[in-house]
Design a protein around this ligand. Sequence first.
Ligand code: TXA
Ligand code: MG
Length: 316
Amino acid sequence: MATISSDIASAASLLRRGELVAIPTETVYGLAANALVADAVAKVFEVKNRPYFDPLIVHIPSVSEVGKYATTFPEKAKQLAEKFWPGPLTLLLPKKKQIPDLVTAGLGTVGLRCPHHPLTRSLLDQLDFPLAAPSANPFGYISPTTAQHVQDQLGNKISFVLDGGPCQVGLESTIVGFHEDTVIIHRLGGLGVEEVESVVGKGKLKLDLNLSSNPVYPGQLKSHYAPKKKMILGNLDELLVQYRGEQVGVLSFKTSFALKNSFVLSSSGSMTEAARNVFGMLRELDHCPVDLILAECLPDTGLGRAINDRLRRAAQ
Ligand code: TXA
Ligand code: MG
């Protein structure tokens, strides 16, 4: 079992020795390694059972460090970073040689993010290297939003989880790339499309989420972030009639159903609360004595879009 503790000094010393540490961020927990040392980064792929073609996000302490790892910092990227960092936003920028090819899966860009969590920010301040960190879950499974989630799944493979409490956003970062004058959202996440748009302008923004089974990036895999149980999305009243007699669990947005294994994302209809709850509730449903998970989509605005994206992939 891993030690679960909020002792930053222990986390820093393990990372300096090239070991892995699970770290809290505002989005989800990450599985961190020294991003500049390929041998340390290789352990991340091993522990997560992650294919080497799936690049990792590099976490930095502030906007001022972008120039250390990226060859250019386009004006629009700079504006986004200045407005939303620290926060749930990852910028894809042309990488410098300092970042090992293993981190970026041989791509010419590196994903940079400045996370917003006091413990991890102070950890990054103490280190003289950035942290490569994917979500701290086995590849393809639901992302962890508490230290215990990490313990449950990776506790026998890593020695330390830095405990920063439950994640406040609960969805992974929004990933944004740049091509000439166009800004491209590659993954919906904790920062809403509308917020990105407010900085870059409507006509300049494109979505490339590529919901196919042959994606360019694994975060775009049709089936990802998925529970082990079969999940069906649709109108819950209809689904409950259709699957009457079966052992079902329910994940609803705000309506509560008088059923044993039923979870409500936010009874007040708050998207923020729903985002914070969605991965934890999917996990609980995965562990309930049910054969099937029935769920419904949220309104397709703000964080609802990213939540729906995760629900759709979970239901594939
Ligand atoms: O909120 C987050 O982004 C969390 C926390 C820990 O920071 N991290 C996270 O990492 O979700 P991960 O590895 O689970 O998902 C990162 C996604 C992957 O789908 C990867 O393919 C994509 O980011 N990615 C990373 N670097 C990239 C690059 N250079 N080009 C394209 N996609 C990239
Ligand atoms: Mg992930």
